[in-house]
Design a protein around this ligand. Sequence first.
Ligand SMILES: NC(=O)c1ccc[n+]([C@@H]2O[C@H](COP(=O)([O-])OP(=O)(O)OC[C@H]3O[C@@H](n4cnc5c(N)ncnc54)[C@H](O)[C@@H]3O)[C@@H](O)[C@H]2O)c1
Length: 262
Amino acid sequence: MDLRDQVAVVTGGGSGIGAALARRFVAAGAAAVVVVDRAEDAARAVAAEIGGVAETVDVTDAEAVAALVGRVLDQHGRVDLFCSNAGITTGIGVDDPADLWHRALEVNLMAHVYAARAVLPSMLARGSGYLLNTASAAGLLTSPGDAPYAVSKHGAVAFGEWLSVTYGGRGIGVSVLCPLGVATPLLMDPLAAGRPGALAVAASGAIITPEQVADEVVEAIAAERFLILPHPEVGTFWAQKASDPDRWLAGVRRLVSGQISD
Ligand SMILES: NC(=O)c1ccc[n+]([C@@H]2O[C@H](COP(=O)([O-])OP(=O)(O)OC[C@H]3O[C@@H](n4cnc5c(N)ncnc54)[C@H](O)[C@@H]3O)[C@@H](O)[C@H]2O)c1
């Protein structure tokens, strides 16, 4: 996919990776970039900076997402690229309240379903469109200290695979973005607080910038590559996990207990 003259929607566009994607798409010549966030001021600030459109939408509200897509179709005639990117961490485990689990599953997994449901009919009617879903390295590996994050991000990868299998032959491109550490509030705030998941991420690989992620995304969607790994080491860890899960799990346990530092 060539981004020139394309209409792109980016959720979680008010901060971090989403904001960097929105900026990068404009730089690549997109015709329109819609910056979607539940944080109104953040969406407005990024949209104002890049000459985009701000939309205040909670991505877990399926009706609101459908209405958002309807407005973009009314205004621009099409959605070429929908980046379902908003996400949250929780730092919780088995004993924590179910509503906190449900919230993470809604934002990190079901939002991709609601986005696909809203945007696929018009894309399929035109025979073209692109879905970029942000998962995480946690969707291929795991997330120490944050069970719902690991579970929901695995689900996001699985859903992306399913979309590709189901619609890839009908003109729909699908990519799943799986970074490790990226310097955004989502990682840096828990890192500053010493949370185990963030410490494990920092010990596993380089913390890169959102702009580096955005560059990688533009290159990957140009090549229509399904799996986007801005940290190449994630592919190595994933292969190690697949070839010997017990050894890999033992290694992650050592990492979490601080026995290895890199
Ligand atoms: N930062 C990392 O190290 C890292 C690594 C792997 C994956 N990711 C993923 O990248 C994506 C972007 O995260 P980021 O690091 O840029 O974080 P961030 O916190 O900087 O940005 C996330 C944005 O999503 C918005 N958001 C959250 N819930 C929302 C909702 N229900 N509706 C609408 N907007 C919502 C927030 O307001 C925020 O602006 C997430 O899916 C995250 O899980 C991040």
